[in-house]
Design a protein around this ligand. Structure first.
Ligand code: ADP
Length: 641
């Protein structure tokens, strides 16, 4: 009997994640029934403890990378962007409004305030650094109105936002960082557009329904249900609807998306080098972007735990697809079955392998890590000290099979977590009679020699990096201080009605609302089936020995790395300068529709010589049917010629 994959939700939420995973045949973790490590995915709205990163087992994944507070707390983001501006030039990092962290920067703010006041009276927005969902925010023009009793940021207020029917809006862009080492970023095409519910008016700065676009505020506004011109009822659009709107205006939409994509990359670059490597983590960020009347996108903030509550139809359409695609992007494969194997013996009381198997290596199973709960209950029967697990690949297989297997396992795109297995076993007080080399060998075989999951390599490199970075901050808890706009817990506690019950089934969504997505969408990996099935990631995943992450998974489009140079620059030590050069080049080419002729000839030659084995494609994030970046540049060039 095969067990399902198991998810664990902290504080009973978010409900949407539960619903999507149950639909896919996952089981929910139950503390009373299962061992502490008996899960595949642990999802929480707040931060994980350092020890939780250290103790990750190969089949376990977390929904947060460690140490991302550098962009998800308002003051940290301000500091990091300032640092990058100083190092790399303010023209590059000009996407964030001028900001001051008070009280520390008060004198500097005063100087700027006085300077700008002489030219024209700018507006400012004051936000507590550790609150979210619009709480504690106010806008002011006169410094005498600035009052604060906690740490705040004061930011230039973008007073000329692009309006639709007179209403202000911002974009919620969902960004998945699949990995920080190497940096691998996906942007989801179906984001949200969030409107204020009263007409924009600079003469009523106190009216939050006119100046803030937070749903948590506007859904309680008096005009929430009123028809508001093109905006309609409510306060949200899907990104697709917004694209229709953009088409009606004569603007360079593609350039807008590319600039937003650049903002995402440049923001992530501020922390990427300092985030410890934790390959079993994934993170979904919510980037809030405001577009001004000149179509310039501005970064307002980055949300650590973007809200997954379902308030309206746009939420249902966007967020359910988002979570489904995120699970697909996590690419659960056979290695995730390790959990099942490790527990099977105890849970089902039957051997999980054939003892006559030609070759197997002993590796410890969970029963040796900790006395299982089930076993504690039946303390009469003696626990075995070791178990043997079958290899995914027997040792005596032919060389050819080995290579095939290795290639396949390299597709897992996941490293072993930064754990030293021996240490864990020792800490958990059991004697393992398996030699270290065998354990490592087994896991390396499972993961494949080309896989970056190589145990010895992980133990050598990743673990120390993580350890040194994390031990500094053992008690770090960002749950109360980062930009969470996840309202699940609060909504549940306050008994607020949850719209999730009205979610249409997945098939309906896919056939109806997202019909165009069906053609390219990867299949649901668990629908109907209880067994992990390998997701068919793209075949061509190696470039000069480097792994190329899939171009798109569902509505997630890979935005980084976007060409060979950025792939190379992100492989080992992150080469920020090289990456920025490439971003510059790409944006310049898109803006001007120009690709240097010599370079193009050279690229065509390279392409011809390496056809079929060396391709590196990148899509332009943004349009519903995104073109390849290279084609886009070439087409624009042809039009110009
Ligand atoms: P919170 O974390 O509380 O949501 P945000 O920084 O996202 O804080 O600000 C809330 C809202 O205020 C935004 O969604 C946007 O509508 C508005 N806002 C924030 N900063 C600015 C700004 N600099 N210029 C114009 N509007 C802003």
């Amino acid at each position: 009997m095969a067990a399902s994959l198991v998810f664990r939700l902290h504080d009973r939420g978010p409900e949407l994640v539960r619903e999507v995973l149950l639909e896919r045949g996952w089981e929910e973790y139950d503390e009373g029934e299962r061992e502490e490590e008996d899960w595949n995915l642990y999802w929480r709205g707040s931060a994980f403890r350092t020890s939780e990163y250290h103790n990750l087992l190969p089949w376990q994944r977390l929904n947060h990378h460690p140490k991302t507070i550098g962009i998800t707390r308002k003051d940290c983001l301000a500091r990091n962007l300032r640092r990058m501006k100083a190092a790399l030039g303010s023209s590059l990092y000009d996407f964030s409004p001028t900001v001051f962290i008070l009280p520390n920067d008060y004198t500097r703010f005063l100087a700027e305030y006085n300077k700008l006041r002489l030219v024209r009276g700018p507006y400012w927005i004051c936000k507590p650094v550790d609150l979210s969902r619009g709480r504690g925010i106010f806008i002011f023009e006169d410094i005498r109105d600035l009052a604060y009793d906690c740490s705040v940021i004061v930011q230039r207020y973008i007073s000329n936002p692009l309006l639709i029917s007179g209403y202000k809006f911002d974009l919620r862009i969902y960004v998945c960082v699949k990995s920080f080492h190497p940096l691998t970023v996906y942007i989801h095409q179906e984001g949200l557009v969030r409107f204020s519910t009263e007409k924009y008016n600079l003469s009523s700065l106190h009216n939050l329904y006119a100046h803030l676009t937070n749903t948590s505020i506007n859904k309680f506004g008096p005009f929430y249900r009123t028809d508001k011109g093109k905006v309609g009822q409510g306060c949200k659009w899907t990104m697709s609807k917004f694209r229709h709107f953009l088409h009606s205006l004569d603007i360079n939409e593609l350039l807008l998306w590319q600039r937003i994509s650049n903002i995402v990359t440049l923001t992530l670059l501020t922390i990427a080098p300092s985030v410890p490597s934790c390959p079993n983590c994934v993170e979904l960020f919510g980037f809030d972007i405001l577009i001004d009347a000149k179509f310039k996108p501005w970064l307002l903030e980055v949300n650590y735990s973007p809200a997954l509550t379902l308030d309206c139809q746009a939420d249902i359409t966007v967020k359910k697809g988002l979570i489904g695609d995120l699970i697909d992007l996590m690419n659960y494969t056979a290695i995730d079955g390790l959990r099942e194997r490790a527990y099977q013996k105890h849970r089902y009381k039957q051997p999980c392998f054939n003892t006559n198997h030609a070759s197997h290596i002993s590796i410890p199973v969970i029963s040796q890590l900790k006395e299982p709960k089930l076993q504690r209950k039946r303390r009469g029967s003696k626990a075995q000290q070791t178990q043997t697990l079958p290899l995914l690949k027997p040792l005596r297989q032919s060389e050819k099979t080995n290579k095939r297997q290795s290639r396949r396992h390299a597709d897992y795109q996941r490293h072993l977590p930064p754990v030293e297995l021996d240490n864990i076993y020792a800490v958990r007080g059991r004697v393992i009679n398996t030699p270290k080399t065998h354990t490592d060998q087994t896991l390396n075989l499972i993961l494949g020699p080309h896989s970056r999951t190589n145990v010895s390599a992980v133990n050598r490199q990743t673990r120390p990096a993580l350890a040194s970075n994390l031990t500094h901050n053992r008690s770090l808890h960002v749950s109360e201080v980062t930009n969470h706009d996840n309202t699940e817990t609060e909504a549940e506690i306050s008994g607020e009605a949850d719209a999730s019950s009205s979610i249409p089934d997945t098939q309906q969504r896919r056939l109806g609302l997202r019909r165009s997505a069906v053609a390219w969408k990867l299949p649901n990996i668990y629908s109907g089936s209880q067994r992990p099935v390998r997701i068919p990631v793209e075949e061509n995943t190696a470039l000069n020995g480097q792994h190329i992450p899939p171009l798109r998974v569902g509505d997630f489009i890979r935005t980084f790395p976007f060409n060979r140079a950025t792939l190379k620059a992100s492989q080992h030590k992150l080469d920020v300068t090289a990456i920025i050069q490439e971003l510059h080049k790409l944006t310049g080419q898109l803006a001007l529709g120009r690709l240097d002729k010599t370079k193009r000839r050279r690229e065509e030659e390279v392409k011809k010589n390496t056809e079929g084995e060396d391709d590196f494609d990148s899509l332009l994030w943004g349009p519903k049917d995104p073109p390849l970046l290279i084609e886009l540049i070439e087409n624009r060039q042809k039009i110009k010629e």
